[in-house]
Structure formats: C-alpha cells, structure tokens
Ligand binder design. Structure first.
Ligand code: IDP
Ligand code: MG
Length: 138
C-alpha cells in the first residue's frame, strides 16, 4: 500500500549543507516528494510538534535545537513509507546506526541527528498536517 511519511532535515544538517545529499538519498530510495519547504520553527512550534516528549529530560534541549535554525520539512510518499524511511535514516543515536544510513553519514550527535522520521502512519498524517496545508500537498 502506498502511504505517506513526514521527514525533517534538521538544523544541524541544513547548516552543514547536507540538504542536497539527503535529497539524493530520498530520491534514490524511490520516495516521491509530495511537498518540501525550508522553515524556521519558533520555540513554541517545536514544543507543540514534540509534545509527546514533554516529560523527557531532553525536551528543552530538543526544542531549543529544533528552533535554532532553518530546517526542511518534507511530505514523502512510497509503499510502506513510514517503515522504509525509518530504515533509511537509521537508529536515533548515530553511534548505533547502520553503515550507509543518513544518521550514520550526516548526524552530529544523539540530539543533533540530522533527520526526523514519523513512527507510525497515524503520526505521519498528523505531522504532515502540522506543517502543510491541503493545497501544498496536491
Ligand atoms: P527518533 O527521532 O529516532 O524517533 P525519539 O526517541 O522520538 O527518536 O526522540 C526524538 C528526538 O529527540 C531524537 O531524534 C533526538 O533528536 C532527540 N533525543 C532523543 N533522545 C535524546 C537524548 O537522550 N538526549 C538528547 N536528545 C535526544
Ligand atoms: Mg520519534
């Protein structure tokens, strides 16, 4: 079944000029880019996006980092998009990520780990609609 996932190229990867390389991974893996834009989140917006982590000790660090600079948000489409994208990006901690994964190649640290990927179909749709309007997804 074709479905959608939501990705972010995080501020560390944008600053380090990895947007082009990460775009190539996306296209080579056969994802369709439904929509993409460069944004800078406010601290509040990052807090709302990561609300699920609000009780975790790294919440403030995470939301400060995610609002520290420009990032690219993307809506992607492919068969099993959610699971596929999680495989392509690799483990949360780049030290644990498999060779060839985006986080292994481009992440700076556990916190500044280059990319985001949705963890379920349900969250993918919520996250896409958090950042994209209907007309941006046609
Ligand atoms: P995921 O991005 O692989 O789904 P989550 O557990 O959902 O990982 O965590 C969300 C984000 O929070 C991670 O991608 C990473 O940027 C950050 N993060 C997770 N654990 C830590 C930590 O222990 N210290 C600092 N930042 C963390
Ligand atoms: Mg997660």
């Amino acid at each position: 079944m074709t479905n959608r996932t939501f990705a972010i190229i995080k501020p560390d990867a944008v600053k380090n000029n990895y947007v082009g390389n990460i775009y190539n991974h996306i296209l080579e893996e056969g994802f369709t880019i439904l929509s993409a834009k460069l944004i800078k989140m406010s601290k509040y917006q990052a807090e709302q996006f990561y609300l699920i982590h609000k009780d975790r000790p790294f919440y403030d660090e995470l939301t400060s980092f995610m609002s520290s600079g420009r990032c690219m948000v993307l809506a992607l489409e492919k068969d099993n998009a959610v699971e596929n994208w999680r495989t392509v990006i690799g483990a949360t901690n780049p030290d644990d990520a498999n060779d060839g994964t985006i986080r292994k190649l481009y992440a700076s640290s556990l916190g500044e780990n280059a990319v985001h990927g949705s963890d379920s179909n349900e969250n993918a749709l919520k996250e896409i609609s958090f950042f994209f309007s209907y007309s941006e997804l046609i």
